[in-house]
Design a protein around this ligand. Sequence first.
Ligand SMILES: Cc1cc2nc3c(=O)[nH]c(=O)nc-3n(C[C@H](O)[C@H](O)[C@H](O)COP(=O)(O)O)c2cc1C
Length: 386
Amino acid sequence: MLENALTIDDLKALARRRVPKMFFDYADSGAWTEGTYRANESDFAKILLRQRILVDMTDRSLATEMVGESVSMPIALAPTGLTGMQHADGEILAAQAAEAAGVPFALSTMSICSIEDVAAATTKPFMFQLYVMRDRAFIERLIDRAKAARCSALVLTLDLQILGQRHKDLRNGLSAPPKFTPKHVWQMATRPAWCLGMLGTKRRSFGNIVGHASNVGDLASLSSWTKEQFDPRLSWADVAWIKERWGGKLILKGILDAEDARMAAETGADAIIVSNHGGRQLDGARSSISALPGVVDAVGGRIEVHMDGGVRSGQDVLKAVALGAKGVWIGRPFLYGLGAGGRAGVARALEIIRTELDITMALCGKRDIRAIDASIIDETPWARRS
Ligand SMILES: Cc1cc2nc3c(=O)[nH]c(=O)nc-3n(C[C@H](O)[C@H](O)[C@H](O)COP(=O)(O)O)c2cc1C
């Protein structure tokens, strides 16, 4: 089955058949009209590449660095909440697949498997994504736990002070673990392989939170806790104390505006991720790929610039690199792989993207990903090029 998947879309179709609707929809959704979600993907298609011929295409290399870390290609698995609901032990399996492929994995604060679970199941450091909650003592402990697990970087997400409204999640009554209403039981009963996996694991709730945050011992109190806890007053001053407390590499995620990017560059962080949270927060905001060039110009090399949102192929990765991204993060592509086939499915997603990236780079007449720049983009397809 997985071998027959040639594109990320093929994996998405497989995932749709294996993952209960409420969790599949959780991945495949954006805020409100989902316009920004769609634009993230469709804007990539508007960028054209220059076909070059008769250049030596042997000995190609996709290897490069992201925040000083060697990577086999400039791709990382983006932090995603509830990943352990796409497939039992999902975060562990995705982290293992990323490690085997030589690319970074970032664990979400809202993961099902905990920091300690993932650390115990992997051999190389992974990154940890932080959401800042009002309960600062809990956040300090979370940062300390990520340090104790030797996480390689802290990814601080800045575009979710309040939650964007996703209609599918509201209509589906999404929760983790799922509720046992007839509708939810039916959604699960029609996905027996998923159920079998879930019966085989104890990890079915928010592993970083339950038992660690005060007043969250059981699941009933968790949803109200999350709603109350995301901090709407988060400010640039908070970035400073978090940086100080963490003391390691810091990546600021969720920057879409050139003015914000300039401020982010002043914080002394190691990188920023141009992102609109996969179109899940401000519907009506521009696509990430269209925001990338402006941000790259604004920061003028003072800070490493990465991007995420809408990347569905190796071609998209190459286009983002050409427009100045040092690293390209993928969310849904790996989630679909995970839903389709666990660790092997994530490996397949990475393999599909790697092959597409390699062939596209070659046909653009380039052999080394580190040499890719805007010269591979066909800027004015209808004009005469001399
Ligand atoms: C199901 C899902 C859950 C997500 N959860 C988080 C999260 O917990 N923390 C975070 O910083 N970003 C989260 N994101 C955003 C991703 O990190 C990333 O920005 C986005 O998925 C990129 O877009 P793409 O899915 O089109 O690749 C989530 C995205 C999805 C699809």
